[in-house]
Design a protein around this ligand. Structure first.
Ligand code: 13P
Length: 280
């Protein structure tokens, strides 16, 4: 059985002391769970100090991005080579990189290859915009994103990466319905099965991302083939993020969430949408 993977993407939030405080709080609350891997993706600035602070039995680190060349005259960039041995994972092709920073398909392909070359597991983000969904183009978009990003990989490499299905319209807005996540996850595994092989499709870990909160965890984990979450806003609140990990742990033990999640004290990001509300 694949281990569950829960990744907190802190995006461009938290300076060094705020990040250190959040890790301190998370370490107090999150217990070591043999079947759940918890990964933190803070800003590039704090990866080094957090690598010294984290309890490695509880957390691993991911970069939110990195450049595909190993070194050279690329002002302002950090390479996967520099991140080697500092992070286990590297997020590649997040929709904010694609849409805000105009990263195109070939660049994302090269970043996936660079991560693997440097022994960092890529977390490849794919997903359609609202416009693309409305136009009925979701499968074509996922196909194009997968085809380019995975084009240079061996079957073994394809089976060892993580793919996060993050519909762009869901991010920071409203979680997708489990039935819709099912269709996308089936498509991803089917693609990897057809292009590589059965083993790669089976080994591949597929995450869901987009407005994940404790209330939606068990419903989405019940979708066959979902191996965990890529969490944005909820990962900045220690109570909420710990609540996501606990809910996943209860799901693994077959214990449904009984009582509603407590309101998080000291939360940085009050949720502005109704908890557990689902998208179209
Ligand atoms: P939210 O959880 O804030 O919707 O963000 C999702 C995301 O982009 C994670 O990478």
């Amino acid at each position: 059985m694949r281990r569950l993977l829960i990744v907190g993407n802190w995006k461009m939030h938290l300076n060094a002391s705020q990040a250190s405080l959040l890790v301190h709080r998370l370490q107090e609350r999150i217990k070591i769970r043999r079947n759940i891997e918890v990964v933190l993706a803070p800003s590039m600035l704090v990866l080094q100090p957090l690598s010294l602070q984290i309890d490695r039995r509880k957390f691993r680190l991911a970069s939110q991005n990195a450049y595909f060349h190993d070194e050279g005259a690329f002002t302002g960039e950090v390479s996967f080579t520099m991140l080697r041995e500092l992070v286990h994972y590297g997020i590649v092709g997040h929709s904010e990189r694609r849409h805000v920073f105009s990263e195109d398909l070939p660049m994302i392909r090269d970043k996936v290859a660079a991560a693997i070359r440097n022994e960092i597991t890529p977390i490849l983000c794919i997903g359609e915009t609202k416009h693309e969904r409305d136009e009925g183009e979701t499968k074509q978009v996922l196909h194009d994103q997968l085809m380019t990003a995975l084009s240079n990989l061996t079957a073994h490499e394809a089976g060892s990466i993580v793919i996060a299905y993050e519909p762009v319209w869901a991010i920071g807005h409203v979680a997708a319905k489990p039935s819709l996540i099912q269709t996308a996850v089936d498509y991803v595994r089917g693609y990897v099965r057809d292009v590589f092989n059965e083993k790669a499709a089976k080994n591949l870990r597929v995450l869901y991302g987009g407005d994940v909160a404790p209330e939606v965890v068990q419903g989405i984990l019940s979708v066959p083939g979902v191996d965990g979450f890529l969490v944005g806003r909820s990962s900045l609140n220690y109570e909420t993020f710990a609540g996501i990990v606990e809910s996943a742990h209860r799901w693994q033990r077959g214990v449904p969430d009984g009582t509603p999640q407590r309101q998080a004290p000291g939360g940085t990001w009050p949720r502005d949408n109704e908890a557990g509300k689902e998208g179209e």
